[in-house]
Design a binder for this molecule. Sequence first.
Ligand code: 4GS
Length: 245
Amino acid sequence: MRIDVLSIFPDMFKPMTESIIGKAVNRGLVDFSVTDFRNFTNNKHNNVDDTPFGGGAGMLLTPQPIFDAMDAIKAKAGDYGRVILLDPAGVPFTQAVAEDLSGEEHITFIAGHYEGYDERIRELVTDEISLGDYVLTGGELGAMVIIDATVRLIPEVLGNRESAIGDSFSTGLLEYPQYTRPADFRGRQVPEVLTSGNHAKIAEWRMKESLRRTYLRRPDLLEKIELTKEQVKLLAEVEAEETTD
Ligand code: 4GS
């Protein structure tokens, strides 16, 4: 996968060379490049923003440096693939969006840092994505979050140790509680079933606790998935247990 980012703060992307994403780059699974679009300005002060026509507060990202930086990416890579604009008015970012993007060969992010974008910039864009209902100082952190969640879904990026299988949100449920050694830590015991060696009982306990956690913390997620007969039975047990005490 090739990932391009347009940003006037290229140093903000330095953390992307760490950890699993950095390894994916080093292993040649991801080709990652940040373009500072301030280098593409045509004015003598290298301004990338200007005041809005019609008046009002705040500055807008002007189209010229963005269009020219996009032309440069096209000249280098042949095309820009999916073009993502980080914007609070975009579709909320979810695991489903990450799964969709992880199948792409090329993604280009436009990360702005001002009040807003000149509307003509949206002409270049295939997807407008919001990180959530809050206001950031710029699109850079949003682009990094989307890159992180997307790249880890590329086959081969995660080893067995960090497997994406069973992640919360890919199953539609929150993860069940987990324990490692010691079985007794300062008098706090690991649930007995987990040390019983009975794999069917362990699987049932995990499913039930996954349902319990989702029921208690994120009941909205239960509305979005189709439960099996077994899960319906376990959820009924959880509901009974959680309403009596
Ligand atoms: C988001 C967001 C955002 C909007 C950038 C105000 C500076 C800011 N971008 N998801 N101007 N939420 N952008 O808050 O993507």
